[in-house]
Ligand binder design. Structure first.
Ligand SMILES: NC(=O)c1ccc[n+]([C@@H]2O[C@H](COP(=O)([O-])OP(=O)(O)OC[C@H]3O[C@@H](n4cnc5c(N)ncnc54)[C@H](O)[C@@H]3O)[C@@H](O)[C@H]2O)c1
Length: 275
């Protein structure tokens, strides 16, 4: 879908980080944007900074009724909807191996990262389907295409967002509906979320506890952290993928080659399965 002046978008998790950068880029291109976030003061402040075309809504994406209410109020106000950006997400606290993971933290990550996206789809996509136009942009992660160690709940939730996006696209295509779907899988982007990741990766206990191989994995992640995208550049690249109607978007590429390695394993398995 081409992004044009006069369109209307909704962006969840828009008070800061990638969501804010996407909203700013859209406003700059003449799009009216509903900024949805959990934190009232922050989302109002961000909307105020972006100007009259940015309208704040306070909602927790884990609450399906609250997201549905945003959809109703948004349609009443703007009368149309073109782009749905399911961006709100959280990182896990633990940074532990899977068998030691904290279940409450797992549930929090899955509630926000997976059910938050599902609630956005249920609330907003019927309006795109009824209008027979528009695009859904889900923000997953490169961790949704790889088996990144020490953040299993995050990676699992992001793999689920990739799968859900692929299914959504297949269903829309199957029904002949002209609504596009893109799932963005960024590597590291310089946002407040990443500051927490840095603490996990650089936490000194790992150096003592892990063998050489695992330490090398963490060192590679830390190196990537040192070379991350700025949010406005990530937003531009992600929106270019929407305009090109690409299903998967890797705005930061595949540093370390983990996504390529995983894809190759699947291709090798397919080849090995030939009679
Ligand atoms: N920053 C990165 O390196 C990176 C990389 C890959 C993917 N991502 C993904 O991009 C998205 C945005 O990440 P970010 O780095 O900008 O994070 P961030 O923490 O800087 O911003 C996230 C925003 O989402 C909001 N939010 C959190 N939980 C919410 C909820 N339940 N309901 C409504 N709003 C909620 C927060 O208040 C915040 O404003 C996330 O889905 C994240 O997983 C980030």
């Amino acid at each position: 879908m081409l992004i044009e002046s006069g369109q209307v978008a909704v962006v969840t998790g828009a008070a800061q980080g990638i969501g804010r950068a996407l909203a700013a880029e859209l406003v700059g291109r003449g799009v009216s944007v509903a900024l949805v976030d959990l934190h009232e003061d922050e989302v109002r402040k961000t909307a105020g900074e972006l100007g009259d075309a940015a309208v704040p809504f306070v909602a927790d994406v884990t609450d399906g009724d609250a997201v549905a209410s945003v959809a109703e109020r948004l349609l009443a106000r703007f009368g149309r909807l073109d782009l749905v950006v399911n961006n709100a997400g959280v990182a896990p606290n633990d940074g532990k191996p899977l068998w030691e993971a904290d279940l409450a933290d797992w549930r929090r990550v899955v509630e926000v990262n997976l059910f938050g996206v599902l609630h956005g789809i249920r609330a907003f996509v019927p309006h795109l389907v009824a209008a027979e136009r528009g695009h859904v942009l889900n923000i997953a992660s490169l961790a949704g295409l790889t088996g990144t160690p020490l953040s299993a709940s995050y990676g699992t939730s992001k793999h689920a967002v990739v799968a859900l996006s692929e299914v959504l696209r297949a269903e829309l295509e199957m029904l002949g509906l002209p609504v596009g779907v893109t799932v963005a899988c960024p590597a590291f982007v310089r946002t407040p979320m990443v500051e927490g990741t840095r603490e996990v990766v650089e936490f000194p206990q790992w150096a003592e506890r892990l063998g050489d191989n695992a330490a090398a994995v963490l060192a590679a992640i830390a190196e990537t952290l040192g070379d991350m995208l700025e949010p406005d550049e990530a937003a531009r690249r992600i929106l270019a993928a929407v305009e090109a109607d690409r299903l998967h978007a890797l705005p930061g590429g595949d540093p370390g080659g983990a996504a390529r390695h995983r894809a190759q394993r699947v291709i090798d398995a397919v080849a090995a399965a030939q009679p």
